[in-house]
Structures are given as C-alpha cells and as structure tokens.
Design a binder for this molecule. Structure first.
Ligand code: NAP
Length: 516
C-alpha cells in the first residue's frame, strides 16, 4: 500500500494534505497515509484520459473485452488481500465482502461479454432513396463513448459501486477512460483494486490514462474534476446532497455535462390489509431481515412501511419490532455515518407524534441501534421531513385509516429507487391505484418481496425519478447502464470506406442492425 495517487500508470504524491482511513470496529485509524491529489495531478490525469480516449477508439473490441476480463481475473487472485482491507475500512463482514466481490467480478465479465459481442451500439441504417422527392439520404447511426468520465463511489459499496464498480466498468465498456475520485473511507481498498485495473490495462496494452485513481478527503478534488473542460460525464453513487451538488456544478460549466447520480431513497412498502392477516409472521421476518441487512446501510433499505391500522397490523408491528431488536446490533461504516444516523433518527423521534422502539442496552462504539418508529397517516402527511432517508437500521411504519389514506400519502412521495407492494393478486387488483401512483414515483416495483438485493441482469432497472437519481431514464445496474456513457453519431451519405466497420454496407462484422 503506497497511499499515492495513480495518475495513469504513474504513482504520484505531490501534495502535502494527507488522511487515513478508519477501522470502525477497532475504533482506530488504519496505518496507511494517503496523499490528496493536487491540481497538477488532476490536470495530468485528465489530459492523459483525453488522449487515451482517442487511442482507445482504435483498439479492437476483442482487446477491450480482454482488458475487462483480465481485471476480473486479477480481482479473483487478489480477493483475500482486498477483503482484509475492505473489512478494516468498512466494518462490513467477510461474507458481505465475498458477495460484493462476486458481484463486482460478475459485472466485469458481463461487460466483457457485451463488448466482445459488440451488439450494444444500437446500429441503425436507413438506405438512400434516389427516386424520392426530395432525395432521401443514406443515414447510418451508432453509439460511441462520450469521453473521459469521472466516477465517485459510495461508502457503503467499497467494491461494487466504487473503484471498478458499475459506473467505472460501464464507462470503460462504452470506450470512455475513467478517473476515479477515490472514496476517502475506503481509500486502501480503492488502491488495491486500482492496482488490479492498472495491471490489467498494462498487460492488455491499453493506453496510458485509460484509468486513474485520485485520493481526496475533501470536496476540492472532485469539484475540480467535474469542472475540467475535458471531462465529459460523471458517474456518482452517494447521498442526495453530494449528487445534487455535483449535478449543479456540472450544469453551471460553460459546457454542461451529464451527471448520472444514483442517490438515497426510502423505498416505500405498502402492506395491503386483507393479505397481511395470514402473512404477519412471514412478512415481519422478511422485513426485519431486510431492514437490518448490512446494518441498514443500503440505498434500497425499506425506510417507510404503510399499513392500515388493525389487529393484524398491530401484530405485524409487534413481531417486526421484536425480530428486529433481537438481532445483534452491527458496526456502521464510519463514526461520521454513525453520528449522522443518530442525528437524523433523533430528529424524527423528537416529533411528539412519533412513537418508537429501539434496541436497548450498552453498545460498542460506532454500532447502529436498530429502531422501528410509528406514526399515523394523518400526521405523516403534515410532516414532510418524515420522508427523508435515515441511512442505517431504521424504518418508519405509517399507520393509516384506510387504503385511500395510504394512497394520499404515496401521492406526496418524492422519486424513489423502488417501492414494494405486499398483497394477494385479488387485493392488489382491488387497489390498482396503489400500483398506478407508485409507477410514477419509482424505477422498480417489487411484489411480495423486499427491495434489498439488487439482481444484476439486463432487465433490472436501478434508478428512479429525482431525487433517487438525476436521470430516471437510465439504470446504474445491468448492461444497459452502458448507455449513460455513450452518445449516438449519425453518418449521412458517408463513403463506405470511411464508415466504421459496424456500419459498412457489407456488414463485415456480421452484427444485428436495424436496416430499412
Ligand atoms: P456521499 O457522502 O454523498 O459521498 C459519495 C462521494 O461523493 C464521496 O467520494 C464524497 O467525497 C463525494 N462528495 C459528496 N459530496 C460532495 C460535494 N458536495 N462535492 C464533491 N464531492 C462530494 O455518500 P456516502 O455517504 O459515501 O454514501 C451513502 C449514501 O449513498 C446513502 O445515502 C445511500 O442511500 C446512497 N447510495 C445510493 C446508491 C444507489 O444506487 N442509488 C447505492 C449506494 C449508496 P468526500 O467523502 O471526499 O466528501
């Protein structure tokens, strides 16, 4: 571990500002000193990325695919060392790390396949028609990488949404060099992963600058990267505050650029009253597990549960609370995440209309005290703050008088990543308005399940209307996420010899094309 920045293939530490990562379980700093990047290193990384972008265009898709799969192989080889560091920088368990690593590797191999098949570019051809008046030109269109991309990862996914997580791999697959603003809470994990990416890049002869990893604890480095004129897009996973700040900066540039920010969410859940009665035990177990998974530190954590107050709902709340509170409390990612969990929770619980049940007893440092809070539907509608995400093992149950009152609450919700509806098909049919309202608010609707556990596959949509993301049209998970970092270019009456192979008349690459 060097604590240095990777500016393309070069290690560099020109700055004087340093920081250390923190082990939340031992409540002490990890030993490595990380050196923050300075403007000269930022400038160099972006220039290299801009040159690499041009060079990368000329590299065959087979070689690009080999680059991505080589990263996957190196991560597999280095898995143990990386996970040791991951645990010490996040407090997350080895088992959780294994799952996240598997997912990261799966994402790399899926994108490697996609790039090798070369069928993601939405090839479209409209042939000329000389007999038409006016003449119809020959038009051929396909997707190309947008240019250098800056990636910001989230604290709660040191692998799958970080250095070579979903944003970085989809940008590279689209043909875009990546500059990672390393997350300061897991800078060591970031460095180990970046080493694998850079080794794979060297071995597969990728241009210098295809990947850089810059350290920083404060905002300056990230802001300078987003403001750099040669940067063409941003991938962000993190809080609404952070994502919105970077989105605003990107839009105030002389040349605005897209920011694909995946942000926080409370993931509302609706428990339909008739279906709840026979399912109290099953659903309370399912939701106690979901709320407590990884100490509630998931963007898909179910933070709001809507039910109609009845004997069954009372029983559900009792069982949910009992099952959640009897679980061992877990360490949170960092003291600052723990203190903001406590602060946001206290703000909710200070409201006199909110009742709550918390895990009792003395807890170790940085451990999140799981909590279930309760409020009436009427009061919920009068206090918009109750919708804000409390990042951690917390969920608010909203007890309504009727399904109509639930619908009134749902109508007030902001955009969300997910919503869940629990109910038998007949009862869902009786209350189709619940689904209709949610459909306008979310990117994914879960039936009779939990929102946590985001499957990585082409049919997944991970995103949603603002503030869940800054662009609801795109997903951050699955191969379609490549579209965020690609843009179409149309060629009109272009001589065949000048066309890219994908669009040539004879279809020499034998690709699927829309042709008319
Ligand atoms: P965060 O505090 O927003 O930080 C994310 C990254 O953005 C960090 O590198 C941070 O740099 C940087 N950053 C934040 N604000 C910035 C600003 N104003 N200017 C420049 N850079 C800025 O988020 P986090 O605490 O790491 O992650 C937890 C949050 O992520 C939760 O809200 C969770 O729900 C969300 N999340 C969303 C998804 C999703 O897919 N939608 C997935 C996972 C997590 P510094 O740390 O150096 O400040």
């Amino acid at each position: 571990m060097t604590g240095k920045n990777s500016v393309g293939y070069k290690l560099s530490a020109l700055g004087t500002r340093t920081f250390q990562t923190f082990n939340p379980v031992e409540n002490s700093y990890n030993e490595t000193i990380f050196v923050e990047a300075v403007s000269q290193e930022i400038e160099e990384a972006v220039l290299l990325a801009s040159n690499a972008f041009e060079e990368f265009k000329g590299i065959s898709h087979f070689k690009k695919a080999a680059f991505l799969s080589r990263i996957a192989e190196l991560l597999t080889e280095k898995e143990d060392v990386i996970l040791q560091r991951y645990i010490r920088e996040s407090g997350l368990s080895y088992e959780r790390g294994k799952i996240e690593m598997k997912r990261t590797i799966f994402q790399l191999t899926s994108f490697s396949e996609l790039v090798k098949e070369n069928n993601w570019r939405e090839l479209s051809i409209d042939l000329a028609d000389d007999s038409r008046i006016p003449l119809k030109p020959d038009l051929r269109k396909m997707l190309f990488g947008i240019g250098p991309v800056v990636v910001f990862g989230a604290s709660n996914f040191p692998l799958a949404y970080s250095t070579i997580g979903g944003d970085s791999v989809s940008a590279l697959a689209a043909g875009c060099p990546v500059i990672v603003k390393s997350h300061p809470l897991h800078a060591g994990t970031g460095e180990l992963v970046a080493n694998c990416v850079l080794q794979a890049a060297k071995e597969t002869e990728m241009p210098n600058g295809i990947f850089s990893n810059l350290n920083a604890e404060g905002f300056e480095v990230g802001v300078a990267l987003v403001n750099h004129p040669l940067v063409k897009a941003v991938g962000f996973t993190g809080s609404i505050k952070g994502g919105r700040a970077l989105f605003d900066i990107a839009n105030q540039r002389p040349e605005p650029i897209p920011v694909f920010a995946e942000m926080g969410s409370v993931n509302p859940v609706v428990l339909l009253p008739k279906s709840l009665e026979p399912k109290v035990d099953e659903w309370s177990t399912m939701y106690a597990d979901s709320i407590s998974a990884s100490c509630g530190q998931f963007c898909t954590n179910p933070g709001l549960l809507f039910c109609v107050k009845s004997n069954a709902s009372d029983e559900f709340v009792e069982q949910l609370t009992k099952k959640l509170l009897q679980k061992d409390a877990q360490t949170m990612l960092h003291p600052s995440i723990h203190s903001s969990f406590e602060r946001l929770k206290t703000e909710r619980l200070e409201d006199e209309a909110v009742r709550y049940f918390e895990k009792e007893g003395e807890l170790d440092c940085n451990v999140g005290r799981q909590t279930i809070a309760l409020v009436s539907g009427k009061h919920y509608q009068n206090n918009p703050n109750l919708e804000e995400e409390v990042f951690g093992p917390f969920s608010l149950v909203v007890e309504c008088e009727s399904v109509n009152e639930i619908i009134a609450c749902l109508k007030k919700l902001n955009g969300q990543l997910t919503a869940s509806v629990l109910g038998k098909v007949d009862e869902v049919n009786e209350h189709l308005d619940v689904v209709k309202v949610l459909q306008n608010k979310v990117g994914r609707i879960v039936f009779n399940g939990v929102p946590t556990g985001v499957e990585v596959c082409p049919s997944m949509h991970h995103g949603g209307p603002y503030p869940a993301s800054t662009d609801a049209r795109f997903t951050a998970v699955g191969i379609d996420s490549i579209k965020r970092f690609a843009r179409p270019i149309a060629f009109q009456n272009c001589p065949d010899e000048l066309l890219p192979g994908e669009l040539k008349h004879s279809n020499p690459l034998n690709l699927v094309r829309r042709e008319k």
